[in-house]
Design a protein around this ligand. Structure first.
Ligand code: 7TS
Length: 427
């Protein structure tokens, strides 16, 4: 059960070894790049294990955002002045950074959004308007985040389509044979997560997409949890849409990406309307701007885009295979230490998974465990993790989730378990 071996086995990642791998992964150096990791919480050194919620930011990202406001702040695409030109160049360079990072064919296939949630809403709402009809089916999995459930429920309600859920097995893996059986000529959309935020399961997205294409379905991949842990190549995956958030990739909050194949984006109606997204407007009607601007109504989050561009530069600059191996070791160490605690019940034991350790301890309430861990400077997330239907399937109301990033250390894992042992004596 490991991220790297998982990714290596996963045929979606034929390019895994095209990402940087030069044995330069240096955890001490990396930690120095993240100012917040040196802070104290409750008088203890912070141990930040809530990376699936959001990652910390390296100094270079903080600087890029600050420098944008200090030196280049202006609105984009509209000024007849130097600052606006500078801002536009930085903004479009960041888009091009994203294009290369996920290997999209064109920069105009990269749409800036607020994050994954907005990106999926954009697709679901557009497809409800333009494509879905009564009798169509939208396939999602039982492990989806609410952001990849509720927009489809709304789309189904608006269009008369039906939401169909592919079950998971006991390990928290997609039941692939049932998925294949559920695909049929009425399947209009397959919307699935690349990596589960509650269980860490890595889904075989390339195979999911291949099968969906055989019935002519449109594929939407929620990449929120994958983007910082897997090598993502959208042309290899061949998905129609791929969504992710900047803040889970060491970038700022409030900025994210919707990738869409050019022809799919052309077919999709705009999500929001107003300035920037139009070509011509009369009081009677309007025509749309070209891609990507058709989907970027209003003044965008320019500083956020610049910050995300810097985050991608940072991420590309480290030994990413080294980082994956490091995360794999953290997860394995967690699993090893948890074996000595027989009242720990782990949720999510997929063969292919990222470093997410989701658990319950005895009959303790997850929020009690989280509060007591916080007293010791350890940040975890507790609750349903915005996957209430999954929690229902598992017959629980929530878990305690420790989610690791490349800057976490073996010592932190050890401290986490020492603290859990202490927590247990209080409960
Ligand atoms: N999809 C998945 C798989 C996610 O994990 C999340 C956020 C989202 C979509 C939504 O992303 P957003 O950036 O638009 O909010 N997941 C989590 C989490 O697990 N804890 O906090 C947020």
């Amino acid at each position: 059960m490991s991220s790297l071996s998982a990714i290596a086995q996963d045929s979606t990642s034929d390019n895994t070894f095209n990402i940087r791998s030069d044995n330069t992964f240096d955890i001490d150096k990396i930690r120095q790049d993240f100012p917040l990791l040196n802070k104290q919480v409750k008088g203890r050194p912070l141990i930040y294990l809530d990376n699936a919620a959001t990652t910390q930011k390296p100094q270079c990202v903080i600087n890029a955002v600050n420098q944008f406001y200090e030196n280049s702040n202006a609105n984009v695409h509209r000024g007849a002045h130097t600052l606006s030109d500078n801002a536009t160049e930085l903004f479009e360079n960041a888009r091009s950074n994203v294009k290369h990072f996920i290997n999209a064919k064109h920069s105009h296939e990269i749409i800036w959004t607020k994050g994954t949630t907005e990106a999926i809403n954009m697709i679901a709402s557009g497809l409800a308007q333009s494509l879905l009809k009564p009798g169509d089916e939208i396939l999602i999995s039982a492990m989806e985040h609410h952001a990849n459930i509720v927009p489809w429920q709304m789309a189904a309600q608006r269009s008369g389509a039906k939401l169909v859920v592919v079950p998971i097995n006991e390990q928290g893996e997609l039941n692939f044979s049932i998925y294949k059986k559920l695909l049929n000529k009425n399947t209009a959309i397959v919307a699935m997560t690349h990596v589960s935020n509650a269980l860490g399961t890595i889904n075989p997205v390339k195979e999911i997409v291949q099968c969906a294409k055989q019935v002519g379905a449109i594929t939407v991949i929620d990449g929120a949890q994958a983007i910082a842990h897997c090598a993502v190549d959208v042309q290899q995956l061949d998905c129609d849409f791929y969504a992710f958030s900047g803040h889970k990739l060491f970038g700022p909050t409030g900025i994210g990406v919707l990738y869409g194949k050019e022809e799919r984006l052309e077919q999709l109606p705009p999500f929001q309307t107003g300035g920037e997204m139009i070509k011509t407007v009369t009081f009677q009607q309007a025509t749309w701007n070209e891609l990507p601007y058709k989907f970027e109504a209003g003044t965008p989050n320019v500083a956020g885009a610049v910050g995300l561009g810097a985050a991608i530069d940072y991420f590309n600059g480290i030994d990413r295979v080294g980082a994956m191996l490091h995360e794999e070791r953290l997860l394995n160490y967690c699993l090893e230490l948890s074996k000595s605690m027989d009242d720990i019940h782990l949720y999510g034991t997929a063969k292919n998974k990222t470093a997410i350790f989701s658990f319950l301890m005895g009959d303790s309430h997850p929020s009690d465990v989280g509060t007591l861990l916080n007293q010791q400077g350890i940040a975890v997330r507790t609750g349903h993790h915005c996957t209430m239907p999954l929690m229902n399937e598992l017959g629980i109301s929530g878990t305690v989730r420790a989610s690791f990033s490349l800057y976490n250390t073996q010592e932190e894992v050890a401290m986490f378990f020492t603290s859990l042992t202490k927590v247990r004596t209080f409960l």
